[in-house]
Design a binder for this molecule. Structure first.
Ligand SMILES: NC(=O)c1ccc[n+]([C@@H]2O[C@H](COP(=O)([O-])OP(=O)(O)OC[C@H]3O[C@@H](n4cnc5c(N)ncnc54)[C@H](OP(=O)(O)O)[C@@H]3O)[C@@H](O)[C@H]2O)c1
Length: 252
């Protein structure tokens, strides 16, 4: 299927590793040129070299931190000068580890870090980058959140509380921008096999707890993101698609 995105330009926040890098690969395979924003310059350089060599797309890297408003503001100015933006993938860091039950989360620093990374950083990106998307006649915003936005999971309080705020911001934005050619959606993963998941879980036990009896792959998550950026997904906005092997058991 031709997704109609070849030659477009996407910004992938946190695109230098893990799920963000998998999304970069999937977009690049469709001929999308990339801008990648993350903190570590050498990881950005490796990701850029890999993507350029393998897919032949243009890759611009910008080193910065979403919790620093000025750095995101500068990113927006830089992208505006260099041709604007058609697609934003809003990805963030994992919450502080290890995850705990709500009443065991007694450390103010962890709450503050999670607030900065999961919620405030995401809001800063949405505030400064969305205007660039609105300069195009048809644009796409896809956030990578977590299945916890639909169903709180044990020991995920520090993630769930702030992701709910991101979910609310995305819905506001979807409602506000639908008539201006921008669609705003989220993919909500759980149990996707990344380096982060591998270090914290007994993977065989985890897989047995999932209805489909296996972990998901970054490629499966990335393919869902790519579909939501496509021409064909133009009538979908304000939605969250779970990519969780059936783990979320509720009605919505
Ligand atoms: N795997 C799953 O099943 C699952 C389930 C639920 C939710 N998620 C969520 O999916 C997201 C991605 O997970 P992942 O395992 O791929 O994460 P990851 O490997 O830690 O990648 C995070 C990316 O974001 C960048 N980053 C981190 N902090 C940043 C900051 N302050 N400013 C700018 N860039 C920053 C990192 O690069 P630098 O460190 O160089 O900045 C990296 O490129 C996370 O939010 C995670 O909680 C995953």
């Amino acid at each position: 299927m031709d997704f109609g995105i070849s030659g477009k330009r996407a910004l992938v926040i946190g695109g230098s590793s893990g799920l963000g890098l998998a999304v970069c690969e999937a977009l690049a395979a469709e001929g999308v040129n990339l801008a990648i924003f993350a903190r570590n310059a050498s990881r950005l350089a490796s990701a850029s070299a890999h993507l350029t060599q393998r897919f032949g797309v243009k890759v611009e890297t910008v080193a910065g931190d979403i919790t620093e408003t000025l750095e995101v503001q500068r990113l927006a100015e830089q992208l505006k000068k260099s041709g604007g933006l058609d697609i934003l993938i809003l990805n963030t860091a994992r919450p502080p580890s290890p995850m705990r039950q709500f009443l065991d989360e007694t450390d103010d620093l962890r709450w503050s870090q999670a607030y900065q990374q999961q919620l405030n950083g995401a809001l800063v990106v949405l505030r400064f980058i969305t205007p660039l998307l609105l300069e195009k006649s048809s644009s796409r915003l896809v956030a990578i959140t977590s299945a916890t936005v639909k169903q709180p999971m044990p020991s995920h309080a520090i993630s769930t509380v702030f992701r709910a705020g991101v979910q609310a911001a995305l819905k506001h934005l979807a409602n506000e921008t639908a008539s201006r050619g921008l669609t705003v959606n989220a993919v909500a993963p759980a149990s996707i096999l990344t380096a982060g998941l591998a270090t914290h879980h007994n993977l065989a036990e985890r897989a047995q707890a999932i209805p489909v009896k296996r972990l998901g792959t970054p490629e499966e998550l990335a393919a869902t993101v790519v579909f939501l950026t496509s021409r064909q997904a133009g009538f979908i906005t304000g939605q969250t698609v779970q990519v969780d092997g059936g783990m979320t058991a509720g009605l919505v």
